[in-house]
Design a protein around this ligand. Sequence first.
Ligand SMILES: Nc1ncnc2c1ncn2[C@@H]1O[C@H](COP(=O)(O)OP(=O)(O)O)[C@@H](O)[C@H]1O
Ligand SMILES: [Mg+2]
Length: 253
Amino acid sequence: MAMSLLRTDDLSVSFGGVHALSHVDLEVVEGGVTGLIGPNGAGKTTFIDAVTGMVTSSGHVFLDGVNITALPPADRARRGLVRTFQTLELFEDLTVEDNLAAGAMHTPWWQFLKDALWPWGSRHTPHEVEDALELLGLTAERDRFPADLSHGRRRLVGVARALAAVPLVLLLDEPAAGLDSAESRALGERLRAIADTGVTVFLIDHDMSLVLDVCDTIHVLDFGEIIASGTPEEIRNNPAVVAAYLGRAAETS
Ligand SMILES: Nc1ncnc2c1ncn2[C@@H]1O[C@H](COP(=O)(O)OP(=O)(O)O)[C@@H](O)[C@H]1O
Ligand SMILES: [Mg+2]
């Protein structure tokens, strides 16, 4: 049986009177790509905020069998819970490679010593940075600056930087935002490749097509509650899911 790598138990978040997340019991099994979809305002970002400890919540969070509920965000990250943000923040004055190196956390201590003693020596690139560049197809652009890249490529740098931190679970908050459908499909292929290396990917999006294409399992949030969980096929045909999307669409149009 597949192991549950990340699990929430009765996770809730309120902002004043708004129940952004209500009693969410969600399980992310090890390996593959798990999706979380829902209309705008459903609570998707709040879920990642709560799981990573960036917002006050009630309930419990378990990572790899360990109760991490009381841990601050940095400790959760160190244990392998690594996220991206919906609004992409890259370090504009750093090259693509150095953006990734800033995300890498496993550079051995002696490397700093070596670089200090032999600054003229060949520059060391941590293997996790090298691997992340390779997996996201960014090797040729490693020495370029973010401003020189298209929006789609910049998005990939954001994912690569999180990957360079060697996550157990990689939590991606709408990585496809602003991508056209071809870029979105290409991103989907990269996410599958990441999952194939053994990293468990957790993908948030409000756009169903990417998630239905890429994910093994999908959970659907609406008004802070999980209204459906299943395979892409099950989700596609779930009347509650269709109603949630149509309902919100009708409201906002
Ligand atoms: N910091 C905040 N203060 C007050 N309300 C918030 C805050 N963050 C989110 N919300 C509200 O919580 C709900 C869920 O938001 P969010 O998690 O951002 O949704 P999603 O990511 O699914 O679009 C929305 O009603 C939103 O307005
Ligand atoms: Mg969001």
